[in-house]
Design a binder for this molecule. Sequence first.
Ligand code: ATP
Length: 289
Amino acid sequence: MSDAPTIRVEGVSKRYGETFAVREVDLDLAPGECVAMVGHNGAGKSSLIKLMLGLTTPTAGSVRVLGGDPASAAASHIRQQVGFLPESVAFHPSMTGRETLDFYARLKRVPRDGNDALFERVGLEPAAVKRRVGTYSKGMRQRLALAQALLGGPKVLFLDEPTTGLDPALRQSFYEIVRDLRDAGTTVLLCSHALTELEGQADRVVVMNRGRKVADGSLATLRGLAQLPVRIRLTLPSGEVVETACANDDKVATLRQIACEGPEIADIEVVQPSLDEMYAHFLRREAAE
Ligand SMILES: Nc1ncnc2c1ncn2[C@@H]1O[C@H](COP(=O)(O)OP(=O)(O)OP(=O)(O)O)[C@@H](O)[C@H]1O
């Protein structure tokens, strides 16, 4: 990974009238990094993405994407290297999948000859590509939406709630595509409310609350900061499950003690705090400050 960030957000605020949608946010995203942005409804996630897309300009601070201001008139070359999958995509129902992707390719001024490869990549079968979008299932529409976001091989990809309404198998294949993109050096910013499914997918998690960034780090870093207890789950030979909790730093000593002095056990499991629990912790901490 090169050190120059693909995206640099510095001291950014965005105000709509009296409402601060984004407040004094600093955020760097490196090439090939997959970052998950989480937060309640109205936390400022979409507003931040709009700023990074250059659709709006900050009230204060600066946004740099691929070294330039994405909102400037001269930034069409930047916008061409950015893919965006919005939270709700409305395609024209009477156009086929192929016509839809051709249309977006023309808009983005990228050659259409890569479209077949894109359909294959997102798992849209040739027969489906010929059908009108109005006949598509939610999963097929979302695959087409992803193909649209991948047009031109973007260096930066924004995905807003990409897996909402998808079945578990489709979610998995979605994240596989995201992993391949990240491995190929694409910077991916992913917004989601589905916290549990983000575990293992993102290199870093950014927690937003009321426009502010309240936490930012790898899951391991956030676990260290939150200092939430780990749970030790013991299954006794009778099948009964007993749970105890201890500080993360004490878990080895606790396990040793259980092994030496505890009851006979059939199975043991150490359960780290989930992303859901950490998210709740950071919001509680923010509310208390
Ligand atoms: N164009 C706008 N005009 C006025 N207020 C706005 C505008 N866009 C966003 N806001 C306000 O800014 C705040 C942040 O909204 P934003 O859509 O960025 O949140 P979000 O985290 O994306 O929420 P969700 O998860 O529901 O999509 C909200 O209070 C919202 O009402």
